[in-house]
Design a protein around this ligand. Sequence first.
Ligand SMILES: [Fe+2]
Length: 388
Amino acid sequence: MMYYELDITPRVIVGADTRTRVGQEARKLGFSRVLVVSDPFHEQAGRTDEIAHLLNAAGLEVSVYAGVTAEPDTEIVERGLDQFRADSCDGIVALGGGSPIDTAKTISVLAANDGTVRQFMGTDAVPELGVGVIALPTTSGTGSEATRVVVIADSETKLKMSGRSHAYLPSVAILDHRLTMSMPKPLTAATGVDALTHAIEAYVSKQANDFSDLLALSAVRLIWNSIRHTWRDGSDADARQNMLMGSFQAGIAFSNASVGLVHSMSEPLGACFHVPHGLSNAMLLPAVTRFSVDGAPARYAEIARCTELADSSAPDEECCQILIAQLLQLNRELDIPSPKSFGIDETSYEKDIEKMTNDAAAAGSTANNPIVATAEQIQGIYRDTYTG
Ligand SMILES: [Fe+2]
């Protein structure tokens, strides 16, 4: 018999212009003063103003905190928490990609629990549910609006910490794909392959269950069939909506089934050479897949079949080879650089391989990969990845 627990965002609103529902949703949650958490980009683009007006129109008071940067750290969270308290807020609206949403979820937990960010990292370390968070994603990548996961860096040690708890789930996710339409090509590519990686890694994870499988395969299909369209033509609304839904489903899948070796290895690569998360995943996905297929050939084959890359009657081994070739091809089509063409010097890369390998081997998701890689194997994958 199977046993598992599921954490899922309890309320989800999907469709064009559904961001206009934010005031109504905030009222339903009993908010009266809202902290809008976002970043300078969305503030300058007038997006935080739009959200503030929508909240004001519903009779709510608003305080805007647009100080979130990429890869947010404990200081960014603490500043937001100070503003939340100083302005007597009682609810949060997050607008942006994974960084603002993760920051908002962490502020929410700190607003309701005594302690520091560090204390609430790790697994199930949060005693009380946080204050309500309404998440409005503007990228189709992290799936943070769907997950029980946050990633926050320690501002002193610079190390990234991750928290996994039911308390990090938003109360409401508003999936308005119009918010994602202005993403530039490189961001569309990197966040899209991040979402694809979530779906693939959740499906082949040792922690997968029949519910996460359902969403992981659906997400693979949605993302595979739309990622090139959104990259070529960012104004294709149907493709943008499919990507946002795919990223949301992939988020639920990996939040409940774990990611794998791509994420374990991409974290140190990003930390050593300042490669954005989605990009470092994309760089590693083909080589990690090549390494992992023998651990779950039927599952990888199913991914190739469900996207119609391979014929439904093709044997597993053939499907796996097609999948690996197609992942390499996708990177080429989306202009995803290799570590080399990204500008990482070969000597520095070689010098840091040992440190990256140690960090990757110690990461929690390494054990959930279909094949648990040894340090030597991880080093080999980093080397294979360098030139793409
Ligand atoms: Fe990711």
